[in-house]
Every structure is written in C-alpha cells, then in structure tokens.
Ligand binder design. Structure first.
Ligand SMILES: [Zn+2]
Length: 253
C-alpha cells in the first residue's frame, strides 16, 4: 500500500484502516566508485517495501536527501542541515496525523540521519504522535556478523550486497578494485582514542570502507529479508500497543 499511488478517494478509505505507516528516509551521497548515490534511500525503501508486503503497512514516499555534508568533496553528494531533516520529518508526521494515522516508523538507511530522527521522534511524542527510528542494519547485528566477513559499514561488503540484491544493474563491479585501493578498513579515523576523521575524505580516498569484492546478492537478500522481518514484527507491536503506554509517563508520586 503506497500512499503516492493512491488517489485521495482511495486514501480516505485506506487511511481509516491504517494504524502504522512506514516512512523510508536515506541519503543521496557518494558510496564509492561502484555504488549509486542513492544507495541509502533505495535500500531503506526496499526494506520498507518488503516489510509492507508482509504486514500490509502503509508506505509513505521516500525522503531521499539527509545529513551527508561529511561526503561533500565527492561529486553528486547532496545534503541538508540536521535541523532541516528533523523539522521535515516532524512536518510529515504532523500532516499524516491530521488524517488520523499517528504511529509511524522512520525506516532509516543512513547513519548520519540518526540524531535528527531521534530528535524528531522526541518532539512528536509530546504531541501524541508516535514516531520510531528503525535503522535497518542496526536491527540485525547477529546476522551481519554471521554473513558479512569484512568490516566497513559504508560502501563495503554489507551495503554492496544489499544493492546487489535489489538493483544489481546499479553496481559497477568493474570499479571494485578502485574502491578497495582507496578504501579505509572501517569507518572513521581515531588517534589516541580521539576521532579525528570529520569528512570521509579524511580517511578514505575512494569513499568506500571495507571490501565490496566479498559482496553477493544472496547475502544482501538475507540481510534485507531479516531486517524487513524485524520491522514487520515491530509494526505489529506498535499497532497493538495501547496509546497510554506510548505516551510519556506522568510525574512520579
Ligand atoms: Zn550507505
């Protein structure tokens, strides 16, 4: 059930029967020379789509640009300020709430968005609008440890596997060697326990981390399915929870 494909007449009936909506949000940012700029928002939309197939949840239009300024030296990267993303999410949730749907999940595909999404969820809760942040890769750490052999959360084995699973034509495997040659072993750069990598370019010349040559579509498929399964389970919980227990607690006595 995708909102953007419905007429208002269809939405009138559909929204009355909707308790939980999924809002995919990601980024448009460099993902090495081998993955598309849309990797994060395309992956978020794919996880939401798979969860929606399981549980029949309402899928909202994907938010494609997020907090990505740290990739700015790589061509094509777009970004907005964190507070812009936060207010944009709050605005979407308020407008959805005006139609009677007050429970939603931000299906997130980009780590840099997390702080802004957390803030949005906190603001909304004071208005009896209930948003929750689901960052797909954080929901399946055990499976990732089992399936993914190399470190590198950004444009490495994990994300490349994910894109191979749903859009193999967008993966430029002939650029793997260029990606690996300039890659950082993992995200960030630390010195004496202090993070000194502000921009991706401070630690990765290709924009990638880890080793995308180990990626396969089968691995990606298993990760995406497992993430969708957890998201679907969360939505079932959210749909059935009494509103009283979602609200902030009153003062202690
Ligand atoms: Zn990514």
């Amino acid at each position: 059930m995708e909102l953007s494909r419905m007429s208002w007449a269809k939405a009138r009936d559909g929204l009355k029967n909707t308790t939980v909506a999924l809002l995919p949000v990601g980024s448009t940012e460099q993902h090495g020379p081998h993955l598309p700029l849309g990797t994060d928002h395309l992956t978020a939309a794919e996880v939401a789509r798979r969860a929606g197939e399981r549980g029949g949840w309402l899928i909202l239009p994907t938010v494609p640009v997020g907090v990505s300024e740290h990739h700015r030296q790589f061509w094509g990267t777009l970004w907005v300020e964190p507070e812009v993303l936060r207010e944009y999410m709050v605005g979407i949730a308020r407008s959805l709430g005006s139609h009677g749907v007050r429970r939603m999940v931000f299906v997130n595909g980009h780590g840099g968005n997390t702080a802004a999404l957390d803030e949005a969820a906190r603001i909304l809760r004071h208005e009896d609008l209930f948003g929750y942040v689901f960052s797909w890769w954080r929901a399946i750490p055990d499976l990732i440890a089992q399936e993914i052999e190399t470190q590198g959360s950004h444009a490495g084995e994990m994300e490349t596997s994910a894109v191979l699973a749903f859009a193999p034509g967008l993966v430029a495997s002939e650029c793997y060697s260029e990606a690996v040659a300039g890659a950082a072993p993992e995200w960030g750069k630390r010195l004496h326990g202090v993070e000194i990598g502000f921009d991706t370019l401070d630690f990765s010349q290709s924009g990638a981390t880890g080793d995308p040559t180990r990626a396969t579509a089968d691995k990606g498929d298993r990760l995406l399915d497992a993430a969708a399964g957890r998201l679907d389970a969360f939505c079932h919980w959210l749909a059935s929870e009494p509103e009283e227990s979602l609200r902030p607690r009153p003062h202690v006595r």
